[in-house]
Design a protein around this ligand. Structure first.
Ligand SMILES: NC(=O)c1ccc[n+]([C@@H]2O[C@H](COP(=O)([O-])OP(=O)(O)OC[C@H]3O[C@@H](n4cnc5c(N)ncnc54)[C@H](OP(=O)(O)O)[C@@H]3O)[C@@H](O)[C@H]2O)c1
Length: 335
């Protein structure tokens, strides 16, 4: 019997089917079976966590539950010979934080096949400043590169630009020399977006002008879309010949109102991006890139470090579309 107990954010469903979030003490014995027990040093807030924390059954079926699709920490027990006690590791995606107790607890227990050795070029804090959102942005960039989209091809559009995926995408694109057009609904954040590397800023309404047309004048070589719906459709309609549009999110809508004309007349590539079940080989490659040639030295400009007891207000802001940048949770500072 393991007597260790720890703090965790727990989401409960009450008799009236309302969801409440509380910081509770849990025992390591309550964690699911798994190969590797990890003491979590940092976690980070992603959109999926906000959904899980508010009772979205598409993400989490059973409550009480501890969300947190991201965790970085140190192995304290392992029955998997591939993993040794003391190793610093990153665990993102798979079922973590969905129906497996997640990174908003000070311990997680997971299969060894879910974890990645922290690359030498990143600290645990940096890995969570990037987190699933940044890992997803990096995958989008990988698709641009694999399809030969370079800065010479023209600007890249980023939607949901002040969000977690959007801000990391901005930093990466700017560092690699791309011109970036950022789309935002936040009039108050234009200065912030310029400082993060945007060269042009559009409001959502500006991107949606003439949305009824099947094709729009060519404006960019590619796009990183995090919101879906009409904005994604407009991005595709205004992408140039052989351009690449990545779709990773649905912050606005899961719909895609579009004809085939951007594809059959301009050869636009629409590439879907998924992170939770990203294959391990690609996962390691992306983390290594983020630790070396894509190493971001300005992550602290888009991230804030919070304590577990500040998560609730961050979750509410994210659900209301008010969040900005990335939010890292210091899991060690909790009593
Ligand atoms: N496929 C994957 O594996 C994967 C991985 C990570 C995230 N995602 C998805 O990607 C999306 C973005 O994630 P995130 O971490 O960046 O979330 P986030 O930090 O909450 O940012 C989302 C941003 O989208 C914009 N937005 C919000 N509501 C909108 C609306 N109704 N219409 C248009 N724009 C809206 C806002 O930016 P502005 O105010 O600047 O417009 C907001 O800051 C989410 O849908 C998430 O589930 C998918």
């Amino acid at each position: 019997m393991d007597e260790r107990d720890f703090s965790a954010l727990v989401v409960y469903e009450d008799d009236a089917r309302n969801f409440q979030r509380r910081i509770c003490r849990k025992s390591v014995n309550e964690l699911p079976a798994g190969d590797v027990l990890i003491q979590v040093k940092y976690s980070s807030l992603n959109y999926k966590d906000a959904l899980s924390a508010s009772g979205n059954r598409g993400v989490t079926k059973r409550y009480p539950h501890t969300p947190g699709v991201d965790a970085a920490g140190r192995i304290v027990e392992s029955v998997d010979p591939a993993w040794q006690v003391g190793e610093e590791v990153i665990c993102t995606g798979y079922d973590l934080g969905m129906n497996t107790s997640g990174g908003f607890g000070q311990y997680i227990r997971v299969p060894g096949s879910w974890i990645v050795r922290k690359p030498a070029g990143l600290t645990l804090l940096e890995s969570m400043q990037i987190g699933t959102a940044g890992f997803t942005a990096a995958q989008c960039l990988l698709h641009l590169e694999h399809n030969s989209i370079t800065p010479a091809n023209g600007p890249i559009l980023v939607t949901g630009a002040t969000g977690g995926v959007g801000t990391v995408a901005l930093l990466l694109l700017h560092m690699l020399g791309y011109e970036v057009t950022a789309v935002t609904g936040k009039d108050s954040e234009h200065e912030f977006l310029y400082a993060m590397g945007a060269t042009t800023i559009l409001t959502r309404q500006e991107l949606l002008a003439c949305r009824e047309k099947q094709l729009l004048p060519i404006r960019w070589a590619g796009a990183i879309d995090t919101v879906g719906g009409d904005l994604l459709a407009a991005a595709i309609k205004s992408t140039g010949f052989d351009g690449v549009v990545t779709s990773c999110g649905n912050a606005s809508s899961g719909d895609l109102p579009l004809t085939v004309y951007p594809f059959i007349l301009r050869g636009v590539h629409l590439v879907g991006v998924y992170s939770a079940n990203c294959p391990m080989t690609k996962r390691v490659l992306v983390w290594e890139k983020l630790a070396r040639e894509w190493k971001l030295n300005e992550l602290s400009r888009i991230c804030r470090l919070i304590q577990l007891n500040q998560l609730d207000e961050e979750i509410q802001a994210m659900l209301a579309g008010r969040s900005k940048g990335r939010c890292v949770v210091d899991m060690e500072g909790v009593a």
